[in-house]
Design a protein around this ligand. Structure first.
Ligand code: SF4
Ligand code: SF4
Ligand code: SF4
Length: 188
């Protein structure tokens, strides 16, 4: 339960839900290089789950694999792709995925606490903290530098970082061949 709910305060998601305008659940985060028709091509055999050396793949709804960055980060080793006997993955030349990194309102820095754990964990130095006069430096994600590895998710002591599949309806697309992710430091 979030702080606002715990304190009995109406938070925006609850208000939207009560008004019948609840935000749709984010799309499940499939393994890297998942093909566009992954849901139909994947049989749910689980071979990719056992192949992943980082153990970040779990069974999601319907038994299909999903990435859980709370368990660790993706090294882009492609062991999941190589373990798959179905046409469920795209070639290595394609970008591994289209993701958005979101830092939500539970971020300690946003509450005035000195914390840079997500930035310290990022192998691409994609989360930068600009100094602010009289306030804790605030994180900002460099979408071009970010690979979408997810290391920042488990590093955050406030569980404020989410890496989500980009919403196709938003029109967001990466240029072919890049690994960047969209960044948002906002409501999360
Ligand atoms: S690329 Fe490697 S680390 Fe990433 S999900 Fe696949 S097997 Fe796991
Ligand atoms: S690690 Fe979490 S709490 Fe700390 S600055 Fe990053 S997002 Fe905020
Ligand atoms: S997902 Fe992006 S911002 Fe987070 S640790 Fe990986 S490269 Fe850095």
């Amino acid at each position: 339960m979030g702080r606002r709910a715990a304190e009995g305060m109406p938070d925006p998601a609850r208000r939207a839900f009560l008004r019948g305008r609840a935000r749709p659940e984010p799309a499940p985060l499939r393994p890297p290089w998942a093909a566009e028709d992954f849901e139909t091509a994947c049989t749910g055999c689980g071979d990719c789950l056992s192949a992943c050396p980082e153990a970040i793949l779990v069974r999601g709804a319907g038994g299909l694999p999903e990435v859980d960055f709370a368990r660790g980060e993706c090294s882009f080793c492609r062991a999941c792709v190589e373990a798959c006997s179905e046409p469920a993955f795209a070639p290595e030349a394609d970008p591994p995925w289209h993701l958005e990194v979101r830092i939500g309102e539970d971020c300690l820095a946003r509450r005035g606490v000195l914390c840079q754990s997500c930035g310290d964990s990022c192998p691409e130095a994609a989360i930068r903290f600009a100094p602010l006069l009289g306030a804790a430096p605030q994180p900002a994600v460099d979408a071009e530098a970010c690979s979408g590895c997810g290391a920042c998710v488990s590093a955050c002591p406030a569980e404020a970082v989410a890496v989500l599949a980009a919403d196709p309806a938003s029109g967001y697309r990466h240029p072919a061949g890049t690994k960047g992710v969209a960044a948002e430091v906002g409501d999360g």
